[in-house]
Design a binder for this molecule. Structure first.
Ligand SMILES: Cc1cc2nc3c(=O)[nH]c(=O)nc-3n(C[C@H](O)[C@H](O)[C@H](O)COP(=O)(O)O)c2cc1C
Length: 209
């Protein structure tokens, strides 16, 4: 493998920022739909980066579970590393990358917890196995190995009980104030369309590639 020699030209897709409309949420929805139409696996996967009080960023993949004009939602364990970092500092960034479409989207904003009612509604729509592992797995905390957790799950399964949504698990919504839509172009001339929120308005602009 010669990483330094790897390069590929982009430009298979045309994106005209003048036709992008005025709503970044609608544009993101459109790009997500186009990724789905191409059967891109986990097209709703996004990297979320958080920064705790120590100022050190950390990133991981989560699944986007909802997109509205005022927020992008995902679900996790509130006592995980990301949960702690978001409690310390609600600023976060999201990143989508669809290589098949030569596209990247960056979103930044403030993250808020969903209400317990909203989390509960989503929790009960999940498959039983996912509900049980959300309940029993102390996400992000050290364990010796997976065996103890597997035994706990097996024991829980014997009870034939549907778990209630635990208080330490639920949704977050990122309220965006910044979007960047990146479309790969030929000869490194990529399109970079940004939307910045000012006085409740989305102001569009472009950045050099
Ligand atoms: C494709 C994919 C989807 C994932 N979706 C989620 C998710 O929706 N929620 C979640 O808590 N973790 C999800 N994970 C696991 C996270 O990447 C991460 O391991 C976990 O949330 C713990 O992160 P933390 O220790 O930084 O809090 C996903 C991982 C992958 C690779």
């Amino acid at each position: 493998m010669k990483l330094e020699d790897l390069r590929r030209d982009f430009g298979r897709f045309i994106f005209n920022p003048d036709q992008a409309g005025q709503s970044p949420a609608l544009l993101l929805k459109k790009w997500l739909e186009e990724a789905e139409d191409r059967h891109i696996p986990e097209f709703n996967a996004m990297v979320i980066s958080t920064v705790g009080v120590n100022g050190r960023p950390s990133s991981r993949v989560v699944l986007l579970k909802g997109i509205e004009e005022d927020g992008l939602s995902f679900y996790t364990n509130y006592e995980s590393r990301k949960g702690h970092e978001l409690a310390e500092n609600p600023q976060a960034s999201l990143l989508f990358f669809w290589k098949e479409l030569e596209r990247q989207v960056r979103v930044e904003g403030i993250v808020e917890k969903m209400s317990y009612e909203q989390s509960k509604k989503y929790f009960s729509s999940r498959p039983l196995d996912s509900q049980i592992s959300a309940l029993l797995s102390p996400q992000s905390r050290p364990i010796k190995d997976l065996d103890a957790l597997k035994s706990e799950i097996a024991a829980y399964n014997q009870l034939h009980q549907k778990p209630a949504c635990p208080l330490f698990w639920g949704g977050y919504q990122l309220k965006p104030d910044y979007f960047e839509f990146w479309q790969g172009g030929a000869k490194r001339l990529h399109q970079r369309l940004i939307f910045e929120q000012k006085d409740s308005q989305w102001i569009k602009g472009q950045l050099a590639p």
